[in-house]
Structure formats: structure tokens, C-alpha cells
Design a protein around this ligand. Sequence first.
Ligand code: SF4
Ligand code: SF4
Length: 165
Amino acid sequence: MAIGVKVLDRPTEQVSYVRAMLSGMALTFKHMIDPHKVTVQYPEEKWPISPRWRGTHRMLTDETGKSKCVACGLCPQICPANCIKLVPGEDEEGNRYPLIYEIDEFRCIFCGYCQEVCPEEAIHVGRHYENSEYSRAGFVYDLERLTAQTHPVCEMWDPDDPKGE
Ligand code: SF4
Ligand code: SF4
């Protein structure tokens, strides 16, 4: 539904607000009996979110269940909020993998750069926003938690398809 913005001029002289109050109440009552009202009874009902929604991260895994991350270091390098911690490791065959990979979802600004830059399409911002916690520490998602996420991932903006159609 399109959202309209109505700009009201501030009155310059003393005015009575009774008329405005009555018209406001009339509008409220009109909405109470409107069969097309848009109030969403969250959390029982949820408003559908855009395929481009950038929310809680998710680390994708390969067919063996291992994280797809090769610890290249690009995502912590590009992250403007400096909220990705990566400690790289290397196995005996010289393959790099993350020893520690953490994202502080509380500091993250959900710009999506980490997803855009990742050469392995490992880290993704996700179509998910219900990640409330009781402490700040609870917002630091480690690799295990990032790979355990199952929500759909964000479809990034495509310049060839600017309206996402
Ligand atoms: S979405 Fe942006 S701010 Fe958040 S972790 Fe990725 S690069 Fe950093
Ligand atoms: S950009 Fe991708 S592969 Fe590189 S460290 Fe980040 S998640 Fe891992």
C-alpha cells in the first residue's frame, strides 16, 4: 500500500482544536469499521517482507555441511561497521577455513557489502528480523549459529532489474 505524506501548516493565531479533534475521532471510527483495515496482529500475523530485505546473517554450507567460507578476509575488510571477526586457519592441504568467524548483529548496519563481496557466496544477509536478545553478547553470532540459520537469504539489488520483477 502506498504511504502518503500530508504536510500541515502550523497555525499562526490562536485556534480551537475541537474541530480537528472531532475530525480525528471520526477518522478513527471510520477505520474501526473499515473492512480493508491494514492493522497487522503481530506476532500472529506478519507483514510480508521484500526479497531484498537485509536482516540476520546466514552462512551457507557445502554438501558436506561445512561452511562455504574460505577465510579470504574480504568481508571483514569491507565491513563499514567493523563487526566481523575472522581468524583464518589452514588445513594440511593448504585449504583456508575460518577458525573463528563472528558477526556482531548489534553493530551491523545491514548494508549487505559482506554478501556482495564474498567470492564463495558463503555469507548472506537474510530475510529475517526477529533476533531480539537479553544481552548485547547474545547478538554476537558465531560460525555455528550463522550456519544453523535456515531463513531465506536476501536477493541483492540487480541493476538490470531495478524493480525486482
Ligand atoms: S551487512 Fe554490512 S555492516 Fe553488516 S556485517 Fe555485512 S558488511 Fe558489515
Ligand atoms: S568474504 Fe566470504 S569467503 Fe571471504 S571471509 Fe568473508 S565469508 Fe569467508
